[in-house]
Design a protein around this ligand. Sequence first.
Ligand SMILES: Nc1nc2c(c(=O)[nH]1)N[C@@H](CN(C=O)c1ccc(C(=O)N[C@@H](CCC(=O)O)C(=O)O)cc1)CN2
Length: 293
Amino acid sequence: MTAQKLDGAAVAAEIKAELGTRVAALAARGVVPGLGTLLVGDDPASRSYVAGKHRDCAQIGIASIREELPADATQADIEAAVQRLNDDPACTGYIVQLPLPRGIDTHRILELIDPEKDADGLHPTNLGRLVLRVNDPVTSPLPCTPAGIIELLERYDVPLRGADVVVVGRGVTVGRSIGLLLTRREVNATVTLTHTGTVDLAEHTRNADVIIAAAGVPGVVTADIVKPGAVVVDVGVSRELDAVTGKSRIVGDVHPNVWDVASWVSPNPGGVGPMTRAMLLANVVGTAERLAG
Ligand SMILES: Nc1nc2c(c(=O)[nH]1)N[C@@H](CN(C=O)c1ccc(C(=O)N[C@@H](CCC(=O)O)C(=O)O)cc1)CN2
């Protein structure tokens, strides 16, 4: 069996085209959404991700507001940049690119973001609304990668209602919140969250209909721990230098041999990453439409 591809790049392109129509309608009313980004330091991967977000904005007519700080920026420098983005009327919503440099109080920074401008959906208020199930996708942006994963699965009609979903990894951008989205009544999946403290990962994954590999551990999900025919989503964004070209490349959490046993696999790159970016754009456009009335 060779798994079929959950083509995130193709689905993201469809979503961007849909959003472009909405941005044009806003422009006809004199409204131009703006995405802000705050990039601290010179991590090549973070720089590449932020550049991709702004390329997307340019493609569909969203304005870009960029804040960049050096790696030695202080907590106060970063807090001042967050406040500038909170106060900027051209900025509809923004993200603070993670991770921030060691020694910075990331949670304090995220809490300083105006929840109304939280394009990442990672502010405690918006995550709390998800917990309380009082979030409205228009007033409360959903966390981009979890929302992107579910959108990708639903666009390929992967059965989620009643499905056993195993999440590998408990990070802030995916593991901690995706279960909240998957267990909503609209989706009704059953979720197991595994992590570095899990004693026997295979005991859980071998029963999973869907595996979401978001541990940031290259190749952590291998064919021998996957139920034949399961659906596997690769969220990993680890990078290594290619032995031949010497260039930095993504090494996902899903081992290549999983394609021999799974029914569907998301490629990496080309799967969840573009979906993350598309959901970010959707959060910005949704906020702009709400503000425009
Ligand atoms: N503030 C945030 N920081 C980070 C998030 C996040 O959701 N919010 N998630 C990850 C990285 N990430 C978002 O910024 C991200 C990862 C990958 C991609 C992407 O488009 N990947 C492409 C390949 C791009 C490349 O090779 O440079 C793909 O998979 O095809 C976008 C965003 C951590 N930080």
